[in-house]
Ligand binder design. Structure first.
Ligand SMILES: [Zn+2]
Length: 119
Protein backbone atom coordinates (compact mmCIF):
# COMPACT_ATOMS: atom_id res chain seq x y z
CA UNK A 1 0.00 0.00 0.00
CA UNK A 2 1.47 3.35 -1.00
CA UNK A 3 1.89 5.97 1.70
CA UNK A 4 -0.76 8.68 1.74
CA UNK A 5 -0.16 11.71 -0.43
CA UNK A 6 2.55 10.01 -2.45
CA UNK A 7 1.90 11.41 -5.88
CA UNK A 8 5.04 10.31 -7.62
CA UNK A 9 7.28 7.84 -5.89
CA UNK A 10 10.89 8.61 -6.86
CA UNK A 11 11.54 4.90 -6.35
CA UNK A 12 9.32 4.00 -9.30
CA UNK A 13 11.29 6.09 -11.77
CA UNK A 14 14.56 4.84 -10.31
CA UNK A 15 13.51 1.20 -10.51
CA UNK A 16 12.40 1.71 -14.10
CA UNK A 17 15.80 3.23 -14.84
CA UNK A 18 17.54 0.36 -13.07
CA UNK A 19 15.62 -2.12 -15.20
CA UNK A 20 16.45 -0.20 -18.38
CA UNK A 21 20.15 -0.09 -17.49
CA UNK A 22 20.19 -3.79 -16.64
CA UNK A 23 18.79 -4.57 -20.09
CA UNK A 24 21.31 -2.25 -21.74
CA UNK A 25 24.10 -3.94 -19.83
CA UNK A 26 22.91 -7.42 -20.78
CA UNK A 27 22.81 -6.28 -24.40
CA UNK A 28 26.32 -4.81 -24.19
CA UNK A 29 27.62 -8.02 -22.64
CA UNK A 30 26.03 -10.05 -25.42
CA UNK A 31 27.67 -7.77 -28.01
CA UNK A 32 31.01 -8.16 -26.27
CA UNK A 33 30.63 -11.94 -26.20
CA UNK A 34 29.93 -11.92 -29.94
CA UNK A 35 32.98 -9.75 -30.59
CA UNK A 36 35.22 -11.98 -28.50
CA UNK A 37 33.81 -14.96 -30.33
CA UNK A 38 34.39 -13.44 -33.77
CA UNK A 39 37.93 -12.35 -32.93
CA UNK A 40 38.79 -15.87 -31.88
CA UNK A 41 39.60 -18.64 -34.31
CA UNK A 42 40.74 -17.96 -37.87
CA UNK A 43 42.01 -14.42 -37.32
CA UNK A 44 44.31 -14.74 -34.35
CA UNK A 45 46.89 -12.57 -36.10
CA UNK A 46 45.38 -9.16 -35.32
CA UNK A 47 48.31 -7.05 -36.38
CA UNK A 48 48.20 -8.06 -40.03
CA UNK A 49 44.46 -8.28 -40.16
CA UNK A 50 42.56 -4.99 -40.65
CA UNK A 51 39.36 -6.66 -39.49
CA UNK A 52 41.09 -7.71 -36.29
CA UNK A 53 42.03 -4.10 -35.63
CA UNK A 54 38.47 -2.98 -36.18
CA UNK A 55 37.33 -5.60 -33.72
CA UNK A 56 39.92 -4.44 -31.19
CA UNK A 57 38.63 -0.88 -31.60
CA UNK A 58 35.03 -1.98 -31.23
CA UNK A 59 35.94 -3.93 -28.14
CA UNK A 60 37.55 -0.94 -26.47
CA UNK A 61 34.55 1.25 -27.37
CA UNK A 62 32.18 -1.36 -26.05
CA UNK A 63 34.22 -1.79 -22.88
CA UNK A 64 34.03 1.97 -22.25
CA UNK A 65 30.27 2.10 -22.74
CA UNK A 66 29.88 -1.00 -20.55
CA UNK A 67 31.92 0.59 -17.75
CA UNK A 68 29.83 3.77 -17.96
CA UNK A 69 26.60 1.81 -17.84
CA UNK A 70 27.81 -0.22 -14.86
CA UNK A 71 28.73 2.96 -13.04
CA UNK A 72 25.35 4.50 -13.77
CA UNK A 73 23.59 1.31 -12.67
CA UNK A 74 25.51 1.36 -9.39
CA UNK A 75 24.41 4.98 -8.84
CA UNK A 76 20.79 4.15 -9.57
CA UNK A 77 20.90 1.12 -7.27
CA UNK A 78 22.38 3.23 -4.48
CA UNK A 79 19.57 5.76 -5.02
CA UNK A 80 16.93 3.00 -4.87
CA UNK A 81 18.49 1.87 -1.58
CA UNK A 82 18.24 5.42 -0.22
CA UNK A 83 14.57 5.53 -1.18
CA UNK A 84 14.02 2.31 0.77
CA UNK A 85 16.10 3.44 3.75
CA UNK A 86 14.54 6.89 3.80
CA UNK A 87 17.66 8.92 3.08
CA UNK A 88 16.69 9.74 -0.47
CA UNK A 89 16.60 13.44 -1.35
CA UNK A 90 18.80 14.43 1.58
CA UNK A 91 22.24 15.94 1.04
CA UNK A 92 24.79 13.52 2.47
CA UNK A 93 27.12 16.40 3.35
CA UNK A 94 24.84 18.90 5.12
CA UNK A 95 21.70 16.80 5.66
CA UNK A 96 19.39 19.35 4.06
CA UNK A 97 16.75 18.43 1.51
CA UNK A 98 17.88 18.36 -2.08
CA UNK A 99 15.58 20.65 -4.14
CA UNK A 100 13.01 18.83 -6.28
CA UNK A 101 14.28 20.50 -9.43
CA UNK A 102 17.72 19.03 -8.88
CA UNK A 103 16.34 15.58 -8.19
CA UNK A 104 14.29 15.77 -11.35
CA UNK A 105 17.34 16.69 -13.39
CA UNK A 106 19.55 14.22 -11.58
CA UNK A 107 17.54 11.54 -9.74
CA UNK A 108 20.70 9.90 -8.39
CA UNK A 109 22.02 13.09 -6.75
CA UNK A 110 23.37 12.49 -3.25
CA UNK A 111 24.15 16.11 -2.41
CA UNK A 112 22.59 19.55 -2.75
CA UNK A 113 23.93 21.82 -5.49
CA UNK A 114 26.19 23.56 -3.00
CA UNK A 115 28.00 20.37 -2.09
CA UNK A 116 27.98 18.75 -5.51
CA UNK A 117 31.14 20.58 -6.57
CA UNK A 118 33.22 18.67 -4.04
CA UNK A 119 32.62 15.34 -5.69
ZN1 LIG B 1 24.55 19.99 1.12
Amino acid sequence: MPPEGAGTDPGDALRAEEERLRRTLADLEAQMARLVESSRGDNADDEHDPEGQTIAFERSQLAAVTAETQERLAEVRAAVRRVVDGGYGTCEVCGRSIPDGRLEARPTATTCVEHAARR
